[in-house]
Design a protein around this ligand. Structure first.
Ligand code: ADP
Ligand code: MG
Length: 358
């Protein structure tokens, strides 16, 4: 009798262990929404280790924010800014990498993207309560400080300094791209096969959707309500980064002024472009390029992009024209009849609007 009972208990224990390990090894789709890097971040991951992958991703995002935010007094970027003109400091490999990459994009964008833009961004304060139109001489003074060539780097000791007093770095136009790439790497390491990373509009789609189809990413209508799309693009394993003036802006002197500042004159960008989306393998590349492309406009921007491999773009102009690079002609579809693809007639594809993922 006792032996029978013991055998039953043993069987029960074995069964429970099997059930437990089975459930532990099951693919799970989990998602989180957090506020970090000054924006709403939404992460969705599908895999056996989705839980741990999301935890690690959240930690990494907070770490990047702590190191690179200009709004945190003890961030590495704030320390560099405080020491401007008097020295510099050794930084983490994260920050060093972002600055080095950023300088590459400053050059590619012919100085329209410039990570020493902070003195100008600060006097405008666009998107903040204290936003105001600075006077001409203030702008001239601040502009003298903007020059990415004044960033001094020492590779072997990861040392960064700024040549002149009051110069200030601002990696707000590129840090989210780096962060998206880091989250993607964490997901890959944890064997996540399918994921959607959305850092306030900086999107990375990993693998395919659970049903095996490509992700369908919606391109925001810059003149419409949030999540109203002008078109969709089908992708897998790509970064989709959009720079637009519609998310962060201030109305000053009766004008809608947006947060991307043209370093050539110190005023909010007034090019013909109201939104630029860059599709690339690396999100840091998409983020670094999108801000500069926004300022350069369609013609100049397309010229720069022609020289780059594996980078595609969607430009939307204020007169509702959509310009795209050749590599995405079969993947991108306009779904709003007000917008014209390259100025020509387009197909109105109502169907595409229905099952858009992002
Ligand atoms: P968002 O951060 O809204 O996604 P962007 O990637 O285009 O958009 O970056 C805009 C941010 O970059 C601004 O908030 C500001 O901090 C900074 N910035 C503004 N103008 C420039 C510029 N010309 N070059 C580099 N950074 C800029
Ligand atoms: Mg950017």
């Amino acid at each position: 009798m006792n032996i029978l009972l013991l055998a039953l208990v043993l069987i029960l224990i074995i069964m429970l262990t099997v059930i437990f390990s089975f459930s532990k090894n099951k693919n799970q789709e989990l998602s989180i929404g957090i506020y970090v890097l000054g924006t709403l971040v939404q992460l969705k991951a599908y895999g056996k280790k989705s839980n741990i992958a999301l935890q690690q991703a959240e930690e990494k995002l907070k770490e990047i924010d702590d190191k690179m935010s200009v709004f945190k007094d003890d961030s590495e970027i704030s320390n560099i800014n405080r020491n401007a003109g008097q020295g510099g400091q050794t930084v983490s490999s994260d920050t060093y990498f972002v600055i080095k990459e950023a300088i590459k994009y400053c050059k590619l964008c012919k100085g329209t993207f410039d990570i020493t833009i902070r003195p100008i961004v600060a006097i405008w304060g666009i998107g903040k309560d204290k936003a105001r139109i600075p006077n001409k001489s203030e702008i001239e003074q601040a502009l003298k400080l903007v020059n990415y060539n004044d960033i001094v780097l020492e590779d072997d000791i990861r040392w960064i300094g700024l040549k002149h007093k009051q110069q200030q770095l601002d990696v707000g136009g590129i840090a989210k791209g780096y962060a998206a790439d880091e989250v993607k790497n964490i997901f890959v390491k944890n064997n996540i096969k399918s994921a959607m990373i959305n850092l306030g509009g900086n999107i990375f789609v990993l693998g395919k959707k659970k049903d095996g189809s490509n992700w369908k990413v919606g391109i925001q209508n810059p003149l419409g309500a949030r999540e109203e799309f002008i078109g969709t693009i089908e992708l897998s394993n790509k970064s989709v980064v959009t720079s637009g003036g519609y998310e962060r802006y201030s109305v000053l002197g009766g004008k809608k002024l947006q947060h991307i500042i043209d370093p050539r004159n110190g005023y909010p960008s007034e090019s013909d472009v109201i939104s630029v989306t860059i599709i690339s393998d690396l999100s840091i590349e998409g983020d670094g390029l999108s801000t500069g492309m926004y300022i350069l406009g369609v013609k100049e921007g397309m010229k720069v992009l022609k020289e780059l491999k594996g980078v595609e773009a969607i430009f939307i102009t204020s007169n509702k024209e959509v310009y795209i690079t050749d590599g995405i002609r079969d993947k991108f579809k306009v779904c709003n009849e007000e917008f014209k693809l390259n100025g020509s007639e387009i197909n109105y594809e109502e169907e595409d609007k229905k099952d858009t993922n992002i």
